[in-house]
Write a protein that binds this ligand. Structure first.
Ligand SMILES: Nc1ncnc2c1ncn2[C@@H]1O[C@H](COP(=O)(O)OP(=O)(O)OP(=O)(O)O)[C@@H](O)[C@H]1O
Length: 282
């Protein structure tokens, strides 16, 4: 069990903000950490890794990493950390990048096989694609057999195909090693595929915590469909009003009543939902 009860005063975009988080995470869980920019996600990961100070306590499998003012140094915390920007050692081959962390050749070979990097093990990072580099970072983070794997938006710099491929690899690695994982992600489909729990932060506090289905699905009650979008414009056409709404990368038009048109403001985040039709998937 991982028991976190930490506090830290931060300078948020709108002034002082307290990062105040109490969480219990079970061994082997895959937790997605979500929330708006500036809500404290990266800071929480850095506090767990010992890269940043905080008050409170962090207890990992009955061992305190932080208690009162005593903090276990970074190198003694059994943590694997993967950042968005790879952070590989450019002057070392892929294999050396892994062995530098832990000189366990059998484990390095196994990880490189699992992630289809074996052929590239004598290459240097600068000759690899972004996706390949990130796979090396993930393997390197697992070389220490960490108690927790911390992933800070590890796939956000990659294109959609590579993201899906690496999501599958993260899933296989999690199945194989069962490492407790906390991953910052903004992508609902990624969270749904990988995580068994989602924690949403807002202004330094946990505002939602539950299964991806419970936290992410927007349909409630009798609604058949519900999408969240941004209201871009409202046009009056003859006697009706049409709202233009951006949902993801798509624009949709929705007829609204004059009353609704009066109450809506451009820039509003709105839910577009419907109860009574059967969609056709093509
Ligand atoms: N050491 C620090 N001391 C004080 N304030 C800090 C410190 N580190 C970060 N902050 C501030 O705390 C807030 C939260 O930052 P953090 O990087 O944790 O957010 P985030 O949720 O990861 O955001 P993003 O999704 O944009 O990466 C920001 O306003 C940041 O400027």
């Amino acid at each position: 069990m991982i028991e976190i009860g930490i506090n830290k005063a931060l300078h948020g975009a709108d002034g002082a903000m307290d990062l105040s988080v109490n969480l219990h995470i079970k061994e082997g869980e895959f937790v997605a950490l979500s929330g708006k920019s500036g809500s404290g996600k990266t800071t929480l990961l850095r506090i767990l890794a010992g890269l940043e100070e905080a008050s409170g306590s962090i207890k990992i499998h009955n061992k305190f990493w932080l208690q009162e003012n005593k903090s276990l140094p970074v190198q003694k915390r059994e943590i694997g950390f993967v950042f968005q920007d790879y952070a590989l050692f450019e002057n070392m081959t892929i294999e050396k990048n892994l062995l530098f962390v832990n000189n366990n050749k059998a484990l390095a070979d196994k990880l490189l096989q699992l992630t289809e990097l074996h052929e590239l093990k004598y290459r240097y990072p600068n000759s690899l694609s972004g996706g390949q580099k990130q796979r090396v970072s993930i393997c390197r983070a697992l070389m220490k057999k960490p108690k927790i794997l911390l992933l800070d938006e590890p796939l956000s710099a990659l294109d959609a195909n590579m993201r899906t491929k690496l999501q599958n690899e993260l899933l296989s690695l999690h199945k194989e090693f069962g490492t407790t994982t906390i991953m910052v992600s903004h992508d609902p489909s990624e969270i749904y595929r990988l995580a068994n729990r989602v924690i949403v932060l807002q202004n330094g506090k946990v505002i939602n915590d539950g299964s991806p289905k419970k936290v992410l699905l927007k349909t409630q009650g009798s609604q058949k469909f519900s999408f969240e979008g941004e209201l871009l414009d409202i046009k009056k056409v003859d006697v009706i009003y049409i709202a233009i709404i951006a949902i993801g990368q798509q624009l949709v038009e929705v007829v609204v009543s004059s009353e609704e048109a009066k109450n809506l403001q451009i820039g509003n985040i709105v839910n577009v939902s419907t109860k009574a039709f059967n969609p056709i998937l093509t």
